[in-house]
Design a protein around this ligand. Structure first.
Ligand SMILES: Cc1cc2nc3c(=O)[nH]c(=O)nc-3n(C[C@H](O)[C@H](O)[C@H](O)COP(=O)(O)O)c2cc1C
Length: 396
C-alpha cells in the first residue's frame, strides 16, 4: 500500500507548539527594563518588524501557506511595487488638530476605513484562530470578514465578536443546499453582508506553498462542518482536455442564484476589470472588492491598486468600491482611499499579528494602523476620510 499524503492539519500536530511564548523587554526612561512580558504581549513593536516577528511563531509549512503567491509571484511583487511607485502630497497650513477615521461600509458604522479580509484556516496560525481575530476586531470597532473556510464555526466567531460588525465570505458550495444552509446560518448569527469571492474558479498554482510541504490534498478541519468544501484544485486532465469541478467557476447564473438565497447585501470580491465590476453591479452587488487575492490566484494579474481608479469610475455611485492586496501600512490605506476606495482590506498582516501575539497581536496591529493612518492624514492635511482625493497621490 502506498504512503498516504499527510493532510495540512497533520502538518500541525496538536502536540507541536505553533505559537511560542513571546519574550520581550519593555524599556522606559533611561533604558531600564521595567517589565518582561512572556506570552501576553503583541509579539512585535512596530509595523516594520511585524512580518519578521511572526515567522518564527509558525512552522515552515504554515508560513509557506500564508506567504505563498501563485506561480513566480509576479503579482505579489506588483502589489507592493504599485504603492512604492506612488507618492503622497505633504501639506501645510491646515488645521489638523482633530482627525476622524470613522466611516461606514454598506451602512455599517466602523471606527476605521480598513477591515479584516476573509482568510481561511486561522487555526493553523494560532490555537484560538478566528475567535482571537474577531475579539480584537470588535474591540477596535473594525469590520471582520469571516471566510467559509474558517477553523472555528461561524457561530463561535459571532459569539466572540459580540456586537462587533461582521460580514460572511462565501465560497460557493458543490450543492446549492449547502450554500443556502451556510447563508442561513450566517444571517442568523448576525453577519450583515455576504461577500462572494469570484476569483477562485480554481485555486491558483502556489509553488511556495507546495514546496514548503503543506499538503492541501487532505481534509483540513473546517469549523463550519466537514460537509463544506473549498474551491477546487486543478484543473485535472489528460492530453489537451482539462476540467474543473462545477462549484469552482462563479458564473453570472450562479451569482444570481446565490443572491436569491439571502436578503444579505451582496459584495463581490476579486474584481480586476471595469467590465467585471459592471457585471457584478448588474447582478445586484452593493459593493465590489478590487483584489487579486494577494497575488495568490492569477500570476501576472495587475496590482489591485493600479486598476482601482478604472473600476471606481466604471461603478460610479451605483456601488461602493473596496480594495485589498498589498496593504501593509497606514500610508497604503490612505493612498487607496485617496484613489477612490471606500474601504480597504487587510490580509497577511492580520495573520502575522495573530501568529505573533494572538488576540493581543491583532489588537496591536489595528491600533498601530489606526495611529499611522491618523498620522499620515495629519501630514497630508486631511481631517476625515471624506477629505481624501486623487490629487493627493502622484507617481514617482
Ligand atoms: C492565507 C490566506 C488565506 C486566504 N483565504 C481566503 C479565503 O478563504 N477567502 C477569500 O476570499 N480570500 C482569501 N484570502 C485572500 C484575502 O482575503 C486577501 O484578498 C489578500 O490576503 C490580500 O492580499 P495581502 O495579503 O497581500 O494584503 C486569503 C489570503 C491568505 C494570505
Amino acid at each position: 500500500m502506498g504512503r498516504r499524503e499527510p493532510s495540512a492539519w497533520e502538518a500541525v500536530p496538536p502536540s507541536q507548539e505553533v505559537s511560542k511564548p513571546w519574550k520581550r523587554r519593555a524599556y522606559v526612561g533611561k533604558g531600564k527594563a521595567v517589565s518582561e512580558n512572556e506570552g501576553n504581549g503583541p509579539g512585535f513593536a512596530t509595523l516594520s518588524d511585524l512580518e519578521t516577528s511572526a515567522q518564527p511563531k509558525v512552522i515552515p509549512p504554515v508560513w509557506g501557506y500564508i506567504q505563498s503567491g501563485a506561480g513566480a509571484e509576479r503579482t505579489v511583487r506588483a502589489n507592493r511595487e504599485a504603492f512604492d511607485r506612488r507618492e503622497l502630497a505633504s501639506r501645510a497650513f491646515r488645521d489638523v488638530r482633530k482627525i476622524d477615521l470613522s466611516t461606514h461600509l454598506l451602512g455599517t458604522d466602523v471606527e476605521a476605513p480598513f477591515y479584516i479580509s476573509p482568510m481561511a484556516y486561522q487555526g493553523l496560525v494560532h490555537p484560538e484562530g478566528e475567535k482571537a481575530t474577531a475579539r480584537a476586531a470588535a474591540r477596535a470597532g473594525v469590520l471582520l470578514a469571516l471566510g467559509t473556510l474558517s477553523s472555528c464555526s461561524l457561530e463561535e466567531v459571532a459569539q466572540a465578536s459580540g456586537q462587533g460588525p461582521r460580514w460572511f465570505q462565501l465560497y460557493v458550495q458543490d450543492d446549492p443546499e449547502k450554500t443556502r444552509r451556510l447563508l442561513q446560518r450566517a444571517e442568523k448569527a448576525g453577519y450583515r453582508a455576504m461577500i462572494v469571492t469570484v476569483d477562485v474558479a480554481v485555486l491558483g498554482a502556489r509553488d511556495q506553498q507546495a514546496s514548503s510541504g503543506l499538503a492541501m490534498s487532505g481534509p483540513i478541519p473546517l469549523g463550519n462542518g466537514p460537509e463544506f468544501v473549498a474551491p477546487p484544485r486543478g484543473p485535472e486532465g489528460k492530453g489537451a482536455h482539462f476540467t474543473i469541478p462545477d462549484h469552482g467557476p462563479v458564473t453570472e447564473e450562479v451569482l444570481e442564484r446565490v443572491r436569491g438565497m439571502t436578503s444579505l447585501p451582496l459584495v463581490v470580491k476579486g474584481i480586476l476589470t471595469p467590465e467585471d465590476a459592471r457585471t457584478a453591479v448588474r447582478h445586484g452587488a452593493k459593493a465590489v472588492i478590487v483584489s487579486n487575492h494577494g497575488g495568490r490566484q492569477l500570476d501576472g494579474a495587475p496590482a489591485a491598486l493600479d486598476v482601482l481608479p478604472s473600476i471606481v469610475s466604471a461603478v460610479g455611485d451605483r456601488a461602493e468600491v473596496y480594495m485589498d492586496s498589498g496593504i501593509r501600512r497606514g500610508s497604503d490605506v490612505l493612498m487607496a482611499l485617496a484613489m477612490g476606495a471606500k474601504g480597504v482590506g487587510l490580509g497577511r498582516p492580520v495573520l502575522w499579528s495573530l501568529a505573533a501575539g494572538g488576540e493581543v497581536g491583532v489588537g496591536h496591529l489595528l491600533t498601530l494602523l489606526k495611529r499611522e493612518l491618523a498620522n499620515v492624514m495629519a501630514l497630508t492635511g486631511s481631517r476625515s476620510v471624506s477629505d481624501l482625493d486623487p490629487s493627493m497621490v502622484g507617481v514617482r
